[in-house]
Ligand binder design. Structure first.
Ligand code: BDR
Ligand code: CA
Length: 311
């Protein structure tokens, strides 16, 4: 199994991503979960990460709290999508498992220094503040990262927080720029992919049909999540963004994209946080990311069902 650190701001779709990782020990050795401010403030995202681990019966997973604000801007949150707690939908109890004392950024640095070079994958599914801070604080770790597989950006689909920008990149564009320019092999799951991974009613019903606590929670979360996007996507359901990254680690063949140059806009008022993807390779800028564009959505939901039912 691949050694992975999930960096996250749960978030219903983050929660499903964490569950998919925990349900896949044959593929993923989850070294720890690092929480970042994003969908909701840090005190809620770190708590939500622990709720999800306990739901999966894994109170032993180490959860670390990281940065509570973007590098250079005020935090923008998304309660309008995720609800006040960040995990609105089902009834949930407060977690009893502990939060680790160590700062998430220090955990990322220490882990990359301790493990052999090229054996740890970072999977950021929130704003990139923790990862960028770790790279700035400890430049020696950058070359040790095996791969970054992140959810963020969008090009053909436009944005979801502004007309041009996707939420994770928009919240901390300076951090995203640092990460994309770091020279680490990077896979991006943008809106162009996740808008094709819709939680249709039959797919939500399939989660509920597990007849397990995890199945009920995932159904309630995706039901809630869907409510926000319903008008946009009609009866088709809402995108389930973050689990695409974990699915890629398990079954990369579900996705198709191109290795191209992707730059982040950090100055324009109109397009702040936009990921400008040179899909047609019309510039001579060097490729720095595999920008995914297509997904086998049936295969993705089949994988989710197959794995989540084991929890
Ligand atoms: C991303 O933003 C968050 O609201 C989701 O959790 C996902 O990571 C989608 O734009
Ligand atoms: Ca997220």
């Amino acid at each position: 199994p691949r050694k992975v650190i999930i960096d996250t701001d749960p978030g219903q779709d983050d929660a499903v991503a964490i569950l998919l990782a925990l349900a896949s020990p044959q593929d993923i050795d989850l070294l720890g979960i690092t929480a970042v401010a994003g969908n909701v403030p840090l005190d809620l995202t770190q708590k939500n990460a622990r709720i999800v681990c306990e739901l999966a019966g894994r109170p032993d997973v180490r959860v670390f709290a990281g940065c509570d604000a973007p590098l250079a801007r005020k935090l923008v949150t998304a309660e309008h999508v995720h609800g006040k707690t960040g995990l609105d939908g089902p009834q949930m109890d407060d977690p009893t498992m502990p939060l680790q004392d160590q700062h998430a950024v220090d955990f990322i640095i220490e882990t990359l220094r301790a493990e052999s070079a090229g054996t740890v994958t970072l999977c950021p599914i929130g704003p990139l503040t923790n990862i960028a801070t770790a790279f700035e604080k400890a430049p020696d770790i950058v070359s040790k990262v095996q791969e970054i597989v992140l959810m963020g950006g969008g090009f053909f689909e436009g944005g979801n927080i502004t007309a041009a920008a996707e939420f994770n990149i928009y919240v901390d564009p300076e951090a995203a720029k640092i990460v994309l320019e770091a020279g680490v092999p990077t896979v991006m799951m943008p809106l162009d992919v996740t808008h094709k991974a819709l939680t249709t009613k039959p797919r939500i019903d399939a989660f509920r049909a597990f007849d397990t606590k995890v199945g009920d929670m995932v159904a309630a979360w995706t039901d809630y999540f869907e409510r926000f996007d319903m008008d946009k996507y009609g009866s088709q359901g809402a995108p389930l963004h973050d689990p695409c990254t974990i699915a890629y680690l398990i079954k990369p063949d579900l996705f198709q994209g191109r290795h191209i140059n992707v730059e982040v806009e950090t100055t324009s008022e109109l397009t702040l946080g936009m990921t400008v993807a040179d899909w047609w390779r019309v510039t001579d800028r060097a490729p720095n990311a595999t920008f995914m564009k297509d997904i086998d959505a049936e295969g993705f939901y089949a994988l989710l069902a197959e794995r989540l039912t084991t929890l």
